[in-house]
Design a protein around this ligand. Structure first.
Ligand SMILES: [Fe+2]
Length: 305
């Protein structure tokens, strides 16, 4: 049992957190998008999950390929693991998801936060998608509500709603490991931006407080790292370390301070290089959109973002 904060900030007991379960976690770093994909293995069965996979794209050439996904698939196969879940912590704006490609090869259910419908609604308009594009999340196998649990082998996994970077963002807690998605980066990297449509710096602060209310010793795995100050890329930290040292929220920074800082900083950030292809693919659970002849094609809306 651990105390943690619910969305209103009240302390509540939560029985699904079990620090005695120590999943085997391996990060796979994609240098093209600075994304870390995770393979999470149940220590007591041959079950596993993949979190935030990457589909490779040469956007200038309009060419996609599968080296990153094939690497994950190969590891799962070589260890005779059973892939139960393919988790998207959110609709990423900086890389494409390989979820359906992986599912096609080795199975697994694709899960995302239930507020994906809001993201689909927002970007369905931005990309002027027709009525063929469903905004009900039906492209995914599971839509998680806040506090939902699912199983990977004998491990009970917990999905926590952490909106702010996007409405559908979730942090997934599996045993003594939490997968931060785009809430916090490494302590010297700070926090994710909150200026995409549907983002909100205040909400992000509240969500981060929620993550920081998890047990101090919980391992925290980060979705992106850019090696600030020239240090080696890294992706594992702890909740306690974030509380002490995170440059954006550590040491008890206030909500107002965070909102002011985040808003000013976000105004200076360029759009991610792959935001246009990423959103179109990821809001479809990783499927490439097709034109009326069934050919895979991406759009570029002019001044749409
Ligand atoms: Fe993101």
């Amino acid at each position: 049992m651990a105390n943690w904060l619910d969305r209103e900030g009240k302390a509540m007991a939560f029985s699904h957190i079990d620090l005695s379960i120590v999943p085997q976690v391996e990060g796979f770093f994609d240098p093209a998008s600075n994304t870390i994909s995770y393979l999470v293995q149940d220590p007591s069965t041959a079950s596993c999950a993949i979190i935030d996979s990457v589909l490779d794209i040469d956007y200038a050439a309009g060419r996609i390929s599968y080296e990153s996904a094939d690497q994950l698939i190969e590891v799962v196969k070589s260890r005779n693991l059973s892939l139960e879940w393919i988790i998207e912590t959110h609709v990423h704006a900086d890389h494409l998801s390989a979820a359906p490609y992986i599912q096609d090869k080795i199975g697994g259910k694709i899960g995302v936060g239930s507020r994906i419908t809001e993201v689909q609604d927002t970007f369905g308009k931005v990309f002027n998608e027709g009525t063929d594009f469903q905004r009900d999340g039906s492209q995914f196998d599971a839509l998680f509500e806040d506090g939902d649990t699912y199983k990977v082998g004998e491990m009970t996994c917990l999905a926590l709603a952490t909106p702010g970077h996007t409405p559908a963002c979730m942090v997934h807690v599996i045993g003594n490991a939490a997968f931060a998605g785009d809430t916090l980066f490494m302590p010297d990297g700070g926090s994710a931006r909150a200026d995409f449509p549907g983002g909100d710096a205040g909400e992000l602060y509240d969500s981060i407080q929620r993550v920081l209310s998890l047990p101090d010793e919980m391992r925290l795995f980060i979705c992106h790292d850019y090696g600030p100050g020239g240090r080696e890329v890294a992706w594992e930290t702890t909740v306690g370390e974030q509380k002490d040292k995170n440059i954006h929220v550590g040491g008890g920074k206030s909500r107002d301070e965070f909102i002011a800082f985040r808003t000013e900083r976000d105004a200076q950030l360029a759009m991610p290089k792959l935001i246009i292809p990423s959103l179109q693919v990821n809001m479809r659970a990783g499927e490439i959109p097709q034109d009326e002849d069934g050919k895979p094609v991406l759009k570029v809306p002019i001044n749409g973002l």
